[in-house]
Design a binder for this molecule. Structure first.
Ligand code: PHE
Length: 345
């Protein structure tokens, strides 16, 4: 073994041990990458030993040293590899904790900044009313809010200048024929539209917005909501009307509630009545109007009064919601103040 081979082995051993220690001291994967580049690169310690290989005269020694060089490179690479995994794991967990989002905090701040939506009291009441009537076998219909004089008055047995028209303070829409287009003052015009469109028998409720020329106060609004009911069939009597009002009362308000009818007047029903609901404590809520559909109205709807008979009813939804939730002033329901709506779920 020549002295030159000996010194190559020594410098290879040095390169290996200082390489291993450099690898083990690397503090990050990027530092490790540059350590490896220096060790195994063209100007690295291993390359320096390799370049000496060619100078060895003894072919066996050259081979043996070559094997050692390859082993040294493999040892450095495997040390680097396990160090790399170790560093990568550490870096990953640092990254994870840096990116961690505290969901508790997020949930708390969401609660503070986001309000849960709620339906308006009138919407809630309308949906409950629809549910109850659908449960009693009724279908739901709707009509336009802007109506003609014909549907709002004339077809309902109120020819032009009929004195009963003054029961509804009417808002008019500008039109070619003055006074022929109105904002509907009640949902009763939908009775006519349903009769014209649906073949009898008819069991329908018609909720919607209505308009009257009123100054807002605690119990009146110029825009409010009604639900109309219409039943047309063969042999319908006043007893069916009373029975339906009573079934509805129990289904909507509860078993402790009852209803009563008081004689009244509407041009489109004959006889006509107003109906009240009796609370369990004995007090009364005035709810709406009703009666047997007038023969003139059946004819306007295209039905033969000799063959068909029926009843109709209509009442205010807003006032009912007001009663149910103990709201003192109807105007509060339309104040657009979210704090008001939020009280009711
Ligand atoms: N449309 C009437 C009103 O607004 C109520 C009503 C409806 C009366 C149906 C009788 C029959 O006052």
């Amino acid at each position: 073994m020549s002295s030159s081979s000996h010194s190559e082995r020594a410098s290879l051993a040095d390169a290996l041990s200082s390489g291993i220690s450099a690898i083990s001291q690397a503090a990050s994967t990027s530092e490790l990458r540059s350590v490896m580049a220096t060790l195994t690169g063209k100007k690295g310690a291993v390359a320096a030993v390799k370049s000496q290989l060619g100078r060895l005269d003894n072919i066996e020694e050259r081979k043996a040293l070559g094997v050692l060089v390859n082993e040294a490179v493999a040892a450095l690479e495997s040390a680097a590899e396990s160090k790399f995994r170790e560093l990568k794991r550490a870096e990953f967990s640092t990254q994870i904790s840096a990116e961690k989002v505290d969901m508790t905090e997020l949930a708390l701040s969401a609660q503070a900044s986001q309000r849960r939506g709620r339906m308006h009291l009138v919407t809630q009441a309308t949906e409950r009313l629809e549910d109850v009537f659908v449960g009693l076998g009724f279908q739901i219909a709707e009509g336009p809010e802007v109506e003609t004089d014909f549907y709002n008055f004339e077809a309902l047995n109120m020819p032009p200048s009929h004195p009963a028209r003054s029961m509804w303070d009417t808002l008019f829409i500008e039109s070619d024929v003055e006074g022929s287009v109105v904002l509907r003052t009640h949902t009763s015009p939908v009775q006519i539209r349903v009769m014209q469109e649906w073949p009898p028998p008819i069991y329908a409720v018609m909720p919607g917005r209505v308009f009257r020329k009123e100054t807002p106060d605690a119990t009146h609004m110029p825009v409010f909501h009604q639900i109309e009911g219409l039943v047309i069939d063969r042999g319908i009597t006043f007893a069916d009307l009373a029975g339906t009002i009573e079934s509805f009362t129990k289904a909507f308000f509860g078993d402790g509630f009852t209803s009563r009818l008081r004689p009244s007047y509407f041009p489109f029903t004959e006889p006509s009545a107003e109906f009240d609901i009796r609370r369990p404590d004995g007090s009364w809520i005035e709810l709406g109007g009703c009666g047997m559909v007038h023969p003139h109205v059946l004819r306007a709807g295209g039905l033969d009064p000799e063959e068909w008979s029926g009843f109709a009813f209509g009442f205010g939804i807003d006032r009912m919601a007001k009663e149910r939730h103990g709201v003192n002033d109807l105007r509060d329901m339309y104040s657009d103040d979210i704090r008001f709506t939020e009280q009711f779920s």
